[in-house]
Design a protein around this ligand. Structure first.
Ligand code: UTP
Length: 476
């Protein structure tokens, strides 16, 4: 171990983490360099503090009288607001940012989740659908919408390669910005010691979607966006193919209100729904995670019989660039959330891999919504679940690929019906055939109605694709 850099050795010894050097002598020069690089990026003092807080409650809710439901604007934007949003898009002032650094462990797909084929007829991936929305918006408003794709070490290489192989889905590569979020090591629950994934390799995972903020600042992207004249960043998650990317009515209301953070909300219908809710504490907007919402609060109803805390969070926000600039410089805005997980690891003492029978590790993540209370001016706008929120989360049970494909079919079948097209339906009310409208054909119901020729009908799996006009029915 004579060639361990003295500064690293000193820090490991002081913080009692020198077990990670077990097996050092057997590592290749590249393996040693890799371990040193991983260790150099670790703030041991922060880890110690987090470990010390492992038994503290998840979060401390203020007393009920300091927490109020938030005012929520209705889904339909006034025409004047739409015009303001469209002007911002024409001027190139709005960027789209998708977070795609998660490991997608519940879905169990061996590629980045954005590559999952979700188009019910075409099998288009989540990335393709998002990229085509950005392209369609850029064409509609005559100015490219910069597309920011946040990846992590778990997804970066595959994602970049996938965009390259697909010629960026028609976008100019200079308008697509890939940037990587940071990672956090996992700690052994019993001892607070770093876990290894393999000899000489620390177990590290993406630091949560809250990592967006530091990554934007550290990669210099915020400065690039400012130089491009961008004033607002539309944030969404890769797993939701229904999101109305850069929805002009939403952008317009955000701009008109001078809001620093604007959020879409989907109203909860049942008290027990597992979704975080937006609420105001001492006048600041924030999110109460569903696991933190006391059952009595969740069940409260107002005079109209509606749930009081019903503003569910579909993770669709617009951030003013000045706000991002302000909060990314501050370390106190996003705290780390601690999760107990079962993490297989390599034991340097025995030289063996271990699969733990129960939770053995602490993992740390930052959440983007913890930035909301830092906003002086904020805004919430209702959207309908059927129109804008169908997240792909699990392989089975809920939020599955089949659920999400059905949600796309339902939405697009509804657009066709609004355009006067007959869509056959089952007795259950579900469309009889999968239906899909490419964003390059139409971005919304009005767009579609303007393009559908008279007499058009659905009689099998139907996809309306780009450039070719309605070419249906298609098979499969
Ligand atoms: P989820 O919390 O649902 O995580 O992320 P996930 O990675 O998709 O799936 P599981 O929990 O491992 O099964 C919501 C969104 O936040 C992104 C994800 O890519 C997804 O778009 N995310 C999550 C990141 O970009 N980075 C992270 O560190 C975590």
């Amino acid at each position: 171990m004579t060639d361990v850099p003295p500064e690293i050795l000193h820090r490991l010894t002081v913080h009692r983490q020198d077990h990670v050097l077990g097996g050092w002598d057997n590592l290749s020069p590249a393996g040693r360099a890799g371990l040193v690089e991983q260790l150099a990026g670790i703030d041991f003092a922060v880890l110690e503090t987090l470990y010390g807080r492992r038994n503290e409650p998840h979060s401390v809710l203020p007393p009920r009288d300091r927490v109020a439901p938030i005012p929520v604007d209705p889904p339909a934007a006034p025409p004047a607001a739409v015009a303001i949003g469209e002007r911002a898009l024409r001027r190139g002032e709005v960027a789209a940012l998708v977070v795609a650094g998660g490991q997608g462990s519940r879905l169990g797909f061996d590629k980045p989740k954005g590559m999952f084929p979700i188009g019910p007829v075409s099998g288009a991936s989540l990335f393709q659908i998002h990229a085509e929305k950005v392209l369609a918006l850029s064409r509609r408003y005559g100015n490219p919408v910069p597309f920011l794709v946040m990846t992590s070490p778990a997804t970066h290489t595959d994602t970049e390669r996938y965009f390259g192989e697909n010629r960026f889905f028609g976008l100019a590569p200079s308008d697509v910005y890939f940037f990587q979020q940071g990672t956090m090591p996992a700690l052994d629950l019993a001892t607070g010691r770093l876990l290894l994934e393999a000899p000489g390799k620390l177990f590290q995972s993406p630091n949560g979607h809250g990592g967006t903020l530091t990554a934007l600042a550290e990669t210099g992207l915020l400065a690039d966006l400012k130089a491009r004249g961008v004033g607002h960043v539309f944030y969404f998650q890769v797993d939701n193919p229904l999101v109305k990317v850069c929805d002009p009515g939403f952008v317009g209301r955000h701009v008109a209100a001078g809001s620093e953070v604007s959020s879409k909300v989907v109203f909860k219908e049942q008290p027990g729904e597992k979704v975080g809710v937006l609420a105001a504490t001492d006048g600041k907007c924030g999110i109460i995670e569903y696991s933190d919402l006391p059952v009595e609060w969740a069940a409260e109803r107002d005079a109209a019989g509606e749930l009081v805390f019903r503003a569910g969070n579909p993770a669709i926000h617009i951030f003013a660039l000045d706000f991002l600039d302000r909060v990314t410089g501050r370390d106190d805005v996003l705290r780390y959330h601690v999760a107990r997980k079962a993490v297989p690891y390599f034991d340097p003492a025995t030289g063996q891999p271990v699969t733990p029978p129960a939770e053995n590790a602490l993992k740390f993540e930052r959440f983007i919504f913890d930035a909301l209370p830092a906003a002086e001016r904020w805004l919430a706008v209702e959207t309908k679940r059927d129109e804008e929120f169908a997240p792909l989360k699990n392989a089975t049970k809920t939020d599955t690929p089949e659920d999400v494909k059905r949600a796309i079919t339902r939405l697009h079948a509804g657009w066709l019906e609004r355009a006067g097209v007959h869509v056959p339906r089952e007795g259950s009310g579900e469309p009889s055939h999968p239906v899909e409208v490419s964003p390059l054909f139409a971005l919304d119901a009005d767009d579609l109605a303007a393009k559908i020729p008279p007499g058009f009908a659905v009689s099998g799996p139907t996809r309306l694709g780009p450039g070719e006009g309605p070419r249906v029915p298609t098979s499969g």
